[in-house]
Design a binder for this molecule. Structure first.
Ligand code: SAH
Length: 353
């Protein structure tokens, strides 16, 4: 294990390991694992302090034209009752998010073909006017002109995961998309001045430790403002229904900790899927590198219908419940709620992109 300790020390001194070295570190057990977590937590505290930024997520449409093999709302899943929230409902949820202490509202949906950029732009303008909050969109791959119109309408950030760095794996799981087009979209977002969020699912069927290491290195290379990753969880109504989770659960957390150590300034959310992995999952991630929490503020009646993966928490609750619950969590961790929009600190720190 000495080599792995050495790799960790070099990473903490600012150097980037290769995939083989990083895979070696991902295998860590016992004391080394604890050291990785503690190092990530220290890096988070040094660069971001104890504030946890709240980004309220509204899952505003589960209509999707894509058939991604892992996703519960894939178009091929006929068991899902489809919905689209109205602009009034979305704006009302955004106003609630502000009231509940969120500095950002995240609008996420399936790849809904009827959601054109003009309609989205009008919605963004309205939310900006009514709340002044930072807005993140997560609505799948879009063309450059569309992204331009959305930026113009006031969109601050965009979240689009690359899902996996393996082009072969990406192609196999995404019958309707290409890896190159996702990367094109990420590059366009950057060029247009968006704060860019991306990431991957940890433990997709068929991945090796070295592939996970490559995903971590790729996310690092993209110099992201935000890195969102969570465990892959098999949904019963998808072709991946029978695929197993990674046996060594610590691997999921070690991946987040590595991302933190390699990306000190990036915002890293404790993603919801960690709570589906184990009840306290999101709290654990917040102590292992994460500095952002995304309370679900989708109205209760829609929540059951937006299940990308099983065991999603809070599906039987109303929006306000998550806002109350998050306060308890944060107080319990001896941290506090971040004030303001919680914009990227990447450029502010003189970090060149
Ligand atoms: N349509 C948008 C939003 C996708 S949903 C887009 O394409 O960007 C947000 C994320 O949920 C996806 O990027 C994927 O990484 C994750 N996800 C989907 N199914 C999942 C599953 N079964 N387990 C874990 N995460 C999943």
């Amino acid at each position: 294990m000495t080599a792995a300790y050495e790799t960790l020390n070099r990473m903490l001194a600012g150097s980037i390991p290769d995939a083989v070295e990083l895979a070696g570190l991902l295998k860590a057990q016992g004391k080394l694992t604890e050291r990785i977590y503690a190092s990530a937590d220290r890096t988070r505290a040094e660069k971001h302090g104890s504030a946890i930024h709240l980004r309220g997520i509204i899952e505003f449409s589960n209509v999707c034209k894509n058939n991604c093999w892992y996703c519960g709302i894939r178009c091929g899943n006929s068991k899902v009752k489809r919905y689209r929230m109205s602009a009034d409902e979305i704006a009302a949820s955004a106003r609630n998010a502000l009231e509940w202490g969120c500095g950002t509202v995240v609008l996420q949906s399936g790849d809904d073909p009827l959601l054109n950029a003009g309609e989205l732009a009008a919605l963004l303008r309205r939310i900006k006017l009514e709340t002044g909050m930072a807005i993140t969109l997560s609505v799948g791959v879009r063309t450059r002109p569309e992204l331009e119109a959305l930026k113009e309408a006031g969109c601050d950030r965009y979240l689009l995961r690359f899902e996996t760095t393996s082009n072969a794996l990406f192609t196999a799981m995404h019958p309707d998309e290409s890896f190159e087009d996702r990367i094109r979209c990420l590059n366009d977002l950057r060029a247009l001045g968006y704060q860019v969020g991306s990431g991957f699912m940890i433990g997709l069927p068929g991945v090796t430790l070295e592939m996970i290491a490559n995903d971590i290195l790729f996310a690092t290379k993209l110099r992201l403002d935000m890195i969102g990753c969570g465990p892959f969880l098999p949904h019963p109504d998808t072709p991946f229904a029978d695929k197993p989770l990674i046996e060594d659960r610590s691997l999921y957390y070690k991946a987040i900790a590595m991302l933190r150590i390699l990306n000190p300034y990036a915002h890293i959310p404790a993603t919801t899927a960690f709570d589906a992995l184990e009840p306290n999952g999101r709290n654990l991630v917040l102590c292992r590198g994460a500095n952002v929490f995304m309370p679900n503020i989708t109205p209760g009646k829609y929540r059951r219908l937006y299940q990308l993966y099983p065991n999603k928490p809070c599906v039987d609750e109303e929006g306000s419940a998550c806002a109350v619950c998050v306060r308890g969590r944060i107080a319990g961790l001896d941290r506090e709620i971040g004030s303001g929009p919680g914009h990227s600190i990447l450029k502010a720190e003189g970090d060149t992109i």
